[in-house]
Design a protein around this ligand. Structure first.
Ligand code: ATP
Ligand code: MG
Length: 574
């Protein structure tokens, strides 16, 4: 079969990896009639995070690469933790990432009837039994990886008795915990997952799709492989922790396919890859839920969360996440990716796609004493020097402007190339100015800076070629617009918040992960910016409009600063 590598929007070409090689081999051997069908199987018990995004890009990407299709299947076998809110957010996130699944979304719960029938079949084959022991007793009999387990006293019940008991489990005649259905495999197997694993438990809980129809629910391990089989999935790509479950999945498939006509020879082939771990974050849904419920963050879409919704609100683009997923590749062994790689991907994207605008976060007023009062000059500013097609705009310049407080020092050291008494700097897209004087308040804080401008140095004119060391950004006092700016930083200050025995991961929350500035002034054109619009604030970083932003109360989120300040911190020993 011939195949063309898929071009991503960023013009990055997906490279081959060990999974594509395995799929190629299968195709060359003529397996599955040349079909490639993958799936993304989330459990709807939380929002998707960047690790899931990696899995989505991989599964959908593989299908695209081989002209195949990808199913979305909600593995909804646990009614206790699942919710429609999660189902909706998962679908929205996948679409936002730029992928679309084959047909309608699938649900494992749609297969409950079939799974039940197959369980009956396995009982009839003498390979499953109802166990009346408690969870604790069963756990005690499991043994250890080096010592065999012991058999349940109920293990050799007759097929008839098992069928009758299982039917009663289904019709709700037993209480939760009274009994379970177990596969009868091998209590001495070196693979613990084959020591008579649970197939069904009693749960008298309503399910978000099947309501009160069922009082027994299949275990994930029993349902998962069969779900793939029902859907004709050719390649079940999953994370490494499922490698040891593979013999069990294959065992179940053998049991249920015995004497069954399968889709032309399609038995799902499971291939495992290393899950994505990022430093400076946690990725387990349980821990993320804890952060939300205990209000350490404002919600699942808090811009500091590693969730897809959080990254989106933070200003990440689908392109940047897809490029990241591609760039980190597919590994066979677990490792940790530096979050700086993700940050690099978004910088690279926004650098070429966002307009560069003027915003002053901590303003101090500058008065240009030789500039006429009341005069407003419109200065031309190029939107993005990397991309001429983005054009230019005009920004107002006047006698009174704001610059950043920390761009001025009364007694600057030699290497400070910004403003100080008697020094000259260029105001970007305007004039070269010279500081003549300044005013202090009672606390010694600079409240006003007095300058003169050299009218011959106007940007774009002949005299603008004159060189000075520093260039500052600015906004005009009268025309600028106030804005709230939220400076987000990494949520954890430790590289591995999860990895300290006996210390709670929350102890490593970065106390500086959010600074809210209410002092910022931005150029007037930003007044009409809409939620999720993205900008580079000159010299400061990349910012996007928050979903809470209104024309009369602009709110910007910092996506990332222009440069990685953490690398420096790490070098200095923090
Ligand atoms: P969590 O550990 O965060 O609760 P999960 O594995 O239980 O995640 P699922 O909803 O079962 O969450 O995951 C759906 C798919 O996403 C699975 O195929 C799983 O292997 C994959 N996945 C989950 N986390 C990661 C990760 N960090 N990197 C790559 N793939 C992942
Ligand atoms: Mg899971």
């Amino acid at each position: 079969m011939s195949k063309e590598p898929v071009e991503l929007a960023s013009n990055e070409v997906i490279k081959g990896n060990f999974i594509t090689h395995e799929i190629e081999k299968d195709l060359q051997e003529g397996k599955n009639g040349g079909v490639v069908h993958t799936r993304f199987p989330p459990e709807p018990n939380g929002y998707l995070h960047i690790g899931h995004a990696k899995s989505i890009c991989l599964n959908f990407g593989l299908a695209q690469q081989f002209n195949g299709t990808t199913n979305l299947r909600f593995d909804d076998t646990n009614p206790v933790k699942e919710d429609v809110e999660y189902v909706d957010s998962i679908m929205e996130n996948i679409k936002w990432l730029g992928f679309d699944w084959e047909g309608e979304p699938k649900y494992t719960s749609d297969y409950f009837g079939q799974l039940y029938e197959w369980a009956v079949k396995i009982i009839k084959r003498g390979n499953a039994y109802v166990d009346n022991q408690s969870a604790e007793e069963i756990a005690l009999q499991k043994g250890t990886p080096t010592t065999p387990g012991s058999e349940s006293p109920y293990r050799n019940r007759s097929v008839e008795e098992n069928l009758e008991l299982f039917e009663k489990m289904k019709s709700g005649e037993f209480e939760e915990g009274e009994c379970v259905l177990r596969a009868k495999i091998d209590m001495a197997s070196p693979n613990m997952h084959l020591r008579d694993p649970l197939m069904y438990r009693i749960l008298k809980k309503d399910h978000h799709r099947t309501g009160d129809k069922w009082s027994i629910y299949p275990m994930y391990d029993y349902a998962h492989g069969q779900g793939d089989f029902i859907e004709g999935i050719t390649h079940s790509v999953c994370t490494l922790e499922f490698e040891v479950h593979r013999p069990l999945y294959n065992w179940f498939l053998e049991q249920v396919t015995e004497g069954v006509e399968t889709k032309p020879g399609i038995l799902p082939r499971q291939i495992e890859f290393a899950r994505l771990n990022l430093n400076y974050t946690v990725m387990s849904k349980r821990k993320l839920l804890q952060l939300v419920e205990e209000k350490y963050v404002s919600g699942w879409d808090d811009p500091r969360m590693p969730t897809v919704s959080g990254l989106r609100r933070r200003g990440y683009t689908p392109d940047s996440i897809r490029v990241f997923a591609d760039r980190i590749g597919v590994a066979k062994r677990d490792g940790v990716i530096d979050v700086a790689v993700l940050e690099h991907c978004i910088r690279e994207d926004l650098n070429s796609t966002t307009p560069r605008v003027y915003a002053v976060l901590n303003p101090v007023k500058m008065i240009i004493t030789n500039y006429p009062e009341g005069k407003v000059e419109m200065m031309e500013a190029i939107n993005n020097p990397e991309d001429e097609s983005m054009g230019s705009r005009e920004i107002p310049f006047s006698r009174e402007i704001y610059i950043e407080k920390d761009d001025f020092m009364i007694d600057p050291p030699k290497k400070f190339f910004r403003l100080g008494p008697g020094r000259e700097v260029r105001l970007k897209n305007a004039y070269i100015i010279k500081c003549e004087d300044y005013k202090l308040d009672d606390n010694g804080e600079v409240t006003e800076i007095y300058c003169t401008c050299d009218p011959d140095t106007k940007s774009g004119m002949e005299g603008s070629k004159r060189k000075v060391k520093g260039t500052l950004h600015w906004v005009s006092v009268e025309q600028s617009v106030p804005a709230e700016v939220r400076l987000y930083d990494r949520l954890f200050s430790d590289e591995n918040p999860d990895g300290h025995e006996g210390v709670d991961f929350k102890d490593f929350l970065n106390t500086d992960s959010l600074k809210v500035l209410t002092t910022a002034m931005v150029e007037p054109g930003l007044k009409s910016a809409k939620p999720l619009d993205k900008f580079q604030f000159q010299r400061l970083g990349y910012f996007c409009v928050d979903k809470d932003s209104r024309e009369d109360k602009l709110v910007f989120n910092r996506t990332v600063p222009l440069r990685d300040s953490w690398a420096k911190k790490a070098k200095k020993g923090k």
